[in-house]
Design a binder for this molecule. Structure first.
Ligand code: HEC
Length: 122
């Protein structure tokens, strides 16, 4: 019985490490700097026209934050409406460039706490 439990534990550990490894296994496109996970092409096609996509990899946010950044570009920087690519773009960005996954090999330090940041521009 104990041996069976041990085997189940070993099996489960194996499954969970494999699942974790899968998340990390996407390559990074050398040219754009984007993680080549599902949805990256639609971002690569639209988000390199005015600035380098490296500006994307330096920013992090959840879906609402990315929506706000993109809406700001639509309202004031001449970005087109993403129409049916809104969802895939937001899914990709909020999954692979989300706040929780700040990569301290790219960032020198964590962002300042909100109270130390300058007031938001109108
Ligand atoms: C029509 C031109 C245009 C396109 C296309 C465009 N952007 Fe931008 N974006 C801008 C401009 C202009 C800025 C301001 C650049 C600066 O401050 O140097 C900017 C800035 C940004 C920033 C930095 C925002 C900040 O708070 O500093 C991010 C992130 C960003 N863009 C992401 C994207 C993403 C994602 C896409 C694709 C959906 C995209 N951009 C497509 C014009 C564009």
């Amino acid at each position: 019985m104990n041996k069976l439990r041990y085997l189940i534990l070993v099996f489960l550990l194996g499954v969970s490490t494999t699942a974790a490894a899968k998340v990390e296994s996407y390559l990074v496109d050398e040219k754009s700097g984007l993680i080549m996970a599902p949805g990256w092409e639609v971002v690569n096609k639209q988000c390199n026209a005015c600035h380098t996509s490296l500006i994307i990899t330096q920013n992090k946010g959840n879906k609402a934050e990315w929506r706000e950044t993109i809406q700001w570009m639509i309202d004031s920087q001449g970005l087109w409406d993403l129409s049916d690519t809104w969802e895939p773009v937001l899914d990709y960005l909020s999954t692979y460039y989300n706040q929780q996954e700040i990569d301290l090999t790219t960032f020198r330090r964590l962002p300042l706490a909100v109270e130390y940041q300058p007031p938001a521009a109108k």
